[in-house]
Ligand binder design. Structure first.
Ligand SMILES: Cc1ncc(COP(=O)(O)O)c(C=O)c1O
Length: 398
């Protein structure tokens, strides 16, 4: 029985209808870019994220990548600066840092969570020299301005430790929340949604994300009203008044259709996240019953003991397996969808050869790139399909 890696049609007719109505409304009023649809979505998203009435500002952008670039521009990151992130992730994070002219500094990940390892971060920061300007400097002499940890695959990284270390060394944090809309974290005796813990953050609404648009879209998030104003200018070529450019920005504007579609889908998000978690529990039961737990490492749930429901929202279900080639071959033969996120860690990508890294520099990231395999987890995936995926894996490594 074929099993797709991802199937948007399984969200059902109610969602299809809500999406169609939203898109048709925009086609009807023809206000295609920014405007009331975007403002309404931004307000709904702020209310969704800031349950405890914290100040939180959402600025819709043309993609997650553009949201990150706009944030880096708003933070004034550029030539002479350095930004720390991890090499095992999607390209966008490091790509945006490069595009500002800043230097990329990598630190390795934790082997069980796939995310920034606070101890590696501490060693990196501790190895740097502080200059007469008060900033830490990279060996190339650039000021270390920012740390970008990534909430990978729908799990929350160890932000409490990362933010404590960043405060100790005087470096700001920007959360990459591209994959985690709806995830929650226990923060100073309260609950906070990922994306509004650090001062700045961003989310991607690429169609396969837990909340996906009908094309590309993203949002920049920040806790400061002035920063939000600046982001609004930057997304529209630095303009406040038409054709008067206060700062240099870009065209990072979100389409009204995307905002309307996202607003129509937002009320379903918590339900979809719950379904993804139920699918993960089903996988755990099936892998256990198949006796595979000694050969397959299931995704870590780093904040399971927090007592929160949304401690993991399973954007991806990524296992680790030594003989990945054999597993993929069998699953492909059975027409079962699977994918490698991500096959080449960023420090070994051709475009970053100029950074001078080599194999072995970030061994935990390199091993994750060799062993990780994403399996279907989308809402609407059936129990018998999960059984089929696990059976395929058992056949390949029995
Ligand atoms: C971790 C991470 N960061 C950034 C992005 C970029 O978002 P977008 O594809 O919306 O530009 C993605 C998208 O997949 C991502 O997964």
């Amino acid at each position: 029985m074929p099993v797709p890696l991802f199937d948007l049609s399984r969200l059902g007719p109610q969602v299809d209808e809500a999406v169609r109505d939203a898109a048709l409304r925009v086609l009807g009023h023809r206000g295609y870019v920014l405007g009331a649809e975007v403002e309404a979505f931004e307000k709904d998203l702020e209310a969704y994220l800031a349950q405890n009435r914290e100040e939180c500002h959402a600025v819709g952008m043309s993609s997650g990548t553009d949201a990150q670039l706009a944030l880096l521009m708003a933070l004034g990151i550029g030539h002479g600066d350095a930004v720390i992130s991890t090499p095992y992730t999607f390209f966008a994070t490091a790509g945006c840092i490069h595009r500002t002219g800043a230097e990329i500094l990598f630190c390795d990940i934790n082997p069980s969570t796939f995310m920034m390892d606070p101890e590696s971060l501490r060693s990196l920061l501790a190895s740097l020299q502080r200059g007469s300007d008060g900033f830490l400097h990279s060996p190339k002499g650039n000021r270390v301005r920012l740390i970008v940890p990534i909430h990978l695959f729908g799990a929350i990284c160890d932000l409490e430790k990362i933010m404590a270390i960043s405060a100790e060394f005087g470096v700001e944090v920007l959360e990459d929340a591209a994959q985690i809309l709806g995830g929650e974290y226990l923060w100073k005796q309260g609950t906070k949604k990922a994306g509004i813990i650090a001062p700045t953050s961003y989310v991607s609404f690429y169609p396969s994300k837990n909340l996906g648009a009908a094309g590309d879209a993203g949002v920049a998030l920040c806790l400061d009203a002035e920063m939000a104003e600046n982001l609004r200018r930057i997304r529209n070529h630095g303009m406040e008044q038409r054709y008067y450019h206060k700062v240099v920005g870009g065209n990072f504007r979100i389409d009204a259709i995307q905002a309307a579609v996202l607003r129509a889908k937002l009320p379903f998000l918590d339900g979809w996240n719950a379904t993804r978690r139920a699918n993960a529990a089903e996988y755990r039961a099936a892998f256990t019953a198949a006796g595979l737990l000694d050969r397959v490492t299931l995704p870590a749930e780093p904040h399971l003991s927090s007592g929160l429901t949304n401690h993991h929202i399973y954007h991806q279900y990524v296992i680790r397996v030594k003989d990945r080639g054999a597993v993929m071959a069998r699953l492909t033969e059975k027409k079962i969808g699977c994918a490698i996120y991500y096959p080449v860690p960023l420090h070994l990508q051709e475009c970053f050869a100029y950074l001078g890294h080599k194999s072995g520099d970030f061994p935990v990231s390199e091993l994750a790139a060799k062993e990780s395999l994403a399996l279907p987890i989308f809402p609407g995936l059936r129990q018998d399909e999960i059984g089929e995926v696990v059976a395929g894996i058992r056949e390949s490594i029995a």
